[in-house]
Design a protein around this ligand. Structure first.
Ligand code: ADP
Ligand code: AMP
Length: 216
């Protein structure tokens, strides 16, 4: 299965993308995770992406597209993939389409997680992430068993720099201007499946699995 997770920051793309990847046994490719890791490791990519991430701006298309297309050529993508946070512009979507066409492949579908903006601010400012394994929690909606510690690996939980309220509002704005047009883009291709992402995590997951014909 070749799936795209679409939706504003905080809609649950990472949460659902991770659950789907485990269930469908395909890699979960999150561009935000790739950039944060590069920044942490101070690689050349990290140096180029850092200021965009800090300001909640999009990293330029020519940088992002190259990284993603290279990743999609790895053998583990043979069975499919779940793209989370990519594409974020029509130009990125076109580059992906061209790449898949050349490979003789097509997208299975685009999963749009739809939620009210006010819910998103609360979700993002309450989000905590494991420094070690990247697992995501929420101070109220999905607290870890022990405060500040990851249930999976015991790593330290932290708040992303760009999850502070001011940057969150800017990121939502960037999404409205640059990423929202992708809804129409995929709607026209009859690939878009819309889910009410204000539902509890397990309910959203069940609805997606049902749509994919993998429901229980
Ligand atoms: P995205 O990857 O779209 O930015 P995340 O998956 O990281 O979003 O989710 C943002 C925050 O909201 C996280 O703290 C997560 O635990 C929480 N969350 C995700 N889905 C739900 C949901 N359906 N209901 C309540 N909280 C959620
Ligand atoms: P995310 O983890 O998806 O919220 O992404 C965090 C940040 O990484 C974004 O605010 C952007 O700066 C950058 N980023 C991630 N994916 C993309 C993309 N497809 N295009 C441009 N920038 C991206």
């Amino acid at each position: 299965m070749r799936l795209i997770m679409l939706g504003p920051p905080g809609a649950g793309k990472g949460t659902q993308g991770g659950m789907l990847a485990r269930a469908l046994e395909v890699p979960h490719i999150a561009t935000g995770d790739i950039f944060r890791q590069a920044v942490r490791e101070e690689t050349e990519l990290g140096r180029r992406a850092k200021s965009y991430l800090e300001q909640g701006e999009l990293v330029p298309d020519e940088i992002v597209v190259g990284i993603v297309l290279e990743r999609l050529q790895k053998p583990d993508c043979g069975k499919g993939f779940i793209l989370d946070g990519f594409p974020r512009t029509v130009q990125q979507a076109e580059a992906l389409e061209e790449f898949l066409q050349k490979e003789g492949k097509a997208l299975t579908g685009v999963i749009l997680l739809d939620v009210d903006p006010e819910v998103l601010v609360e979700r993002l400012t309450g989000r905590r992430v494991c420094r070690q394994c990247g697992a995501t929690y929420h101070v109220r909606n999905m607290p870890p068993r022990e405060e500040g510690r990851c249930d999976e690996c015991g790593g330290e939980l932290y708040q992303r720099e760009d999850d502070r309220e001011e940057t969150v509002r800017h990121r939502l704005d960037v999404h409205e201007r640059q990423t929202r047009p992708l809804r129409d883009y995929y709607e026209k291709q009859d690939l878009l499946h819309v889910f009410d992402a204000a539902q509890p995590i397990e309910d959203v997951f069940a609805a997606i699995m049902e749509q994919l014909g993998r429901g229980r």
